[in-house]
Design a protein around this ligand. Structure first.
Ligand SMILES: [Zn+2]
Ligand SMILES: [Zn+2]
Length: 326
């Protein structure tokens, strides 16, 4: 089968054997995959990942010796594979198993390949009414929905999402169901427009003097979600949240953040890290069209043109780049 690998910041399309499935696994034929900022980080050497990347994808089950009912079904993939033995795993929290593997990110080959072997327990069957091109957003949407699993949000909680990139917009689309008081702060008129069309308030920070903006919005929000991708934006997030408010941090970067914790201490702010969420819940939201991800699709490339697709995904301002396998 054809598969992609990254090495020393080059992309190779290799011929790899179709993976063998172990007892609890299924062989999944990949239909469509999304390229995400984490893939760009892996390409740049993050996690020193050696295998086949790709963690946002939809496939069709071709073989599942222990779950024959799955054969022929389309599935999305929960990317965290726990050891199954530790206390975290035994209490259902494989996401925080210390020896977990993460599909396409850590210790397990991912979906930038024609086939992928995956544990049956990690597959979520997609309803027929959910199109593959939307289902491919299940993994990043789950990460966005996770915020409302971590923080109690009321109908009138004042929320700001910082960042109008793919993750920022997904967080906004997800949180739009939890509060009537949501603002996205971003720098791109076209991206902000996507949020405005879903009834979300917007502030284009590129059009406002930064000092005036901080004066106007200082302490204006109960909850600030920092999803800019910029390791220093946490400092502004802390300024925007009210005393005793919460800042949810979504940005992961190989560069460390530099922050003055005094404001966090004095104002008794809670900092909450937020990573992956429940894929099944995201699939349900997409299937019921509670979250409209269609505007986030930029371009779909054939898998054979993966390199071109990846270059496009690395361009600042690109929306979601997808690769299709048929
Ligand atoms: Zn991702
Ligand atoms: Zn474990």
């Amino acid at each position: 089968m054809k598969a992609v690998t990254f090495q020393n910041q080059t992309i190779s399309m290799i011929d790899a054997p179709i993976p063998e499935v172990s007892a609890h696994e299924a062989l999944v034929k990949v239909l469509m995959a999304g390229i995400c900022a984490t893939d760009v980080e892996l390409f740049n050497g993050y996690q020193d990942f050696q295998g086949i990347p790709g963690h946002e994808f939809v496939g069709m089950v071709e073989k599942a010796p222990q779950a024959p009912e799955l054969v022929g079904r389309r599935v999305a993939v929960d990317i965290n594979i726990g050891c199954g033995q530790c206390l975290k795993c035994r209490t259902g929290d494989t996401r925080h198993c210390s020896s977990r593997r993460v599909v396409g990110i850590r210790g397990k080959d991912g979906g930038f390949a024609e086939y992928c072997a995956l544990p049956i327990d990690n597959l979520r069957v997609l309803p027929d009414r959910l199109e593959t091109i939307h289902a491919v957003f299940a993994e990043p949407l789950a990460a966005a929905l996770e915020i409302a699993q971590q923080v109690h949000i009321r109908h009138d909680t004042k929320i700001a999402v910082m960042g109008d990139g793919k993750m920022g917009l997904l967080c906004a689309f997800a949180l739009n169901h939890y509060t009537t008081n949501l603002t996205v702060l971003g720098r791109h008129a076209d991206k902000l427009d996507m949020a405005a069309r879903q009834g979300i308030s917007i502030t284009n920070t590129a059009e406002v003097d930064p000092e005036k903006l901080e004066d106007r919005l200082k302490g204006a929000f109960d909850l600030v979600v920092e999803a800019t991708g910029n390791p220093d934006a946490i400092n502004q997030a802390v300024q925007l949240v009210e005393p005793e408010g919460t800042v949810v941090v979504k940005t992961t970067s190989h560069q460390p953040s530099e922050m003055n914790l005094a404001a966090v201490v004095v104002n008794e702010i809670s900092l909450v890290g937020s990573r992956c969420g429940d894929i099944g819940f995201a699939v349900k939201c997409l299937a019921n069209q509670w979250v409209n991800v269609a505007p986030l699709v930029d371009t779909v490339y054939p898998f054979a043109e993966f390199e071109k697709a990846f270059e496009h995904a690395m361009q600042p301002g690109s929306r979601k780049i997808l690769v299709a396998f048929e």
